[in-house]
Design a protein around this ligand. Sequence first.
Ligand SMILES: [Fe+2]
Length: 194
Amino acid sequence: MFSKKCPGLQRIGILEQPNILYLTCHYFNVPDVYLVKDLTQQEVQAITEALNPLVADFFALYVKTKNFHWHLAGSHFRDYHLLFDEQADQIFDSIDILAERVRRVGGTTIRSISHISELQTIEDDNNDFVPPGEMVKRLMEDNAHIARLQREAHEVCEKNRDVATASQLEILIDEAERRKWFLFEIVQGQKNTD
Ligand SMILES: [Fe+2]
């Protein structure tokens, strides 16, 4: 029996199997075993819609953390400058992990800066000057926000049988909580953020 879901597949004559969707091969009109998925189209859509805003938020948070790394001034310059850089590196690595998970399950992900701004929920920071204590506080709140979103995305992945992304998210949630924890403990010092 030929697939009724994909006209391209009828042309190239790939057999349909239960619960297996060939989501993108008709664009290329070639059989490609690597495109075979065991998730349904609905599951792929739910996972993609949960992950892409997160990818956009990681981009936004990466730029904001680098922004603060570059524009920092104050008595704890060295500590915060290095901490922000370390956190930015970790945030940057999260982007690729999640974007590639979207591709692996058969979805499409971020394509441009305008696509990021469409999906991001973390606000850009264009202030001319931000006091160091305020930088730490804003990044702490943003990391708490991204940890919450990741937890929600984890739930979506579990509900839609994507255990591999759920497992990646568990690591990334721990990283976000570690960043938040470092920033939170600095905020406790109050005056040492001047
Ligand atoms: Fe740097």
